[in-house]
Design a binder for this molecule. Structure first.
Ligand SMILES: CC(C)(COP(=O)(O)OP(=O)(O)OC[C@H]1O[C@@H](n2cnc3c(N)ncnc32)[C@H](O)[C@@H]1OP(=O)(O)O)[C@@H](O)C(=O)NCCC(=O)NCCS
Length: 139
């Protein structure tokens, strides 16, 4: 069955929640779909993409563009649908949308030691850049 990539919709909340609970099992509660999906649907919703197979939601990627750099988050595919190219389709559509907005470089973070995911991004042309990653929680 073919895979369709399209922006997420409000009705996808439950499926996205299930996908993220499976893909990001040790997620902090503040990352839960019920909190983050409505915010993203109100801000750059065209950059929040889902993959569907025959109407079933099987993957997601949340891209962002700040006018300078592009960012990728919440890249996830259902375990049952991995290694079938769904992740590549999601990323290529996210990249195409970012490029159309004028984005010339995309940054993303993965957890240290997550070699499988690093392989996935390498396949798409991403390379490791040595930076000290800093963050500040605003709430
Ligand atoms: C990372 C992830 C989204 C990849 O999705 P996917 O649909 O399975 O990826 P694809 O089938 O498009 O893979 C494309 C290529 O990436 C590489 N790749 C993907 N998964 C890989 C793995 N587990 N190990 C090694 N290489 C991998 C392969 O080169 C693959 O091509 P191939 O299958 O022809 O060898 C998926 O494994 C996932 O949801 N992981 C858990 C969530 C996560 O950690 N997300 C990243 C947050 S930063």
């Amino acid at each position: 069955m073919s895979i369709a990539i399209e922006p997420a919709a409000e009705g996808d909340l439950g499926d996205i929640d299930a996908l993220w609970r499976e893909a990001f099992a040790d997620d902090e509660p503040r990352h839960r779909a019920v909190l983050t999906v409505p915010v993203k649907l109100a801000f750059q919703p065209d950059l929040f993409l889902v993959a569907r197979e025959g109407g079933r939601l099987v993957g997601s990627v949340m891209a962002g563009y700040d006018g300078y750099r592009g960012h990728i988050n919440r890249m996830a595919v259902l375990q049952s649908h991995r290694r079938r190219g769904v992740g590549l389709l999601l990323m290529r559509e996210a990249e195409a949308r970012l490029k159309a907005l004028g984005c010339v470089k995309i940054n993303l973070q993965i957890r240290a030691g997550n070699n499988d995911v690093a392989e996935f991004y390498r396949k798409l042309g991403y390379a490791v850049e040595e930076h000290l990653d800093m963050a500040k929680k605003m709430s």
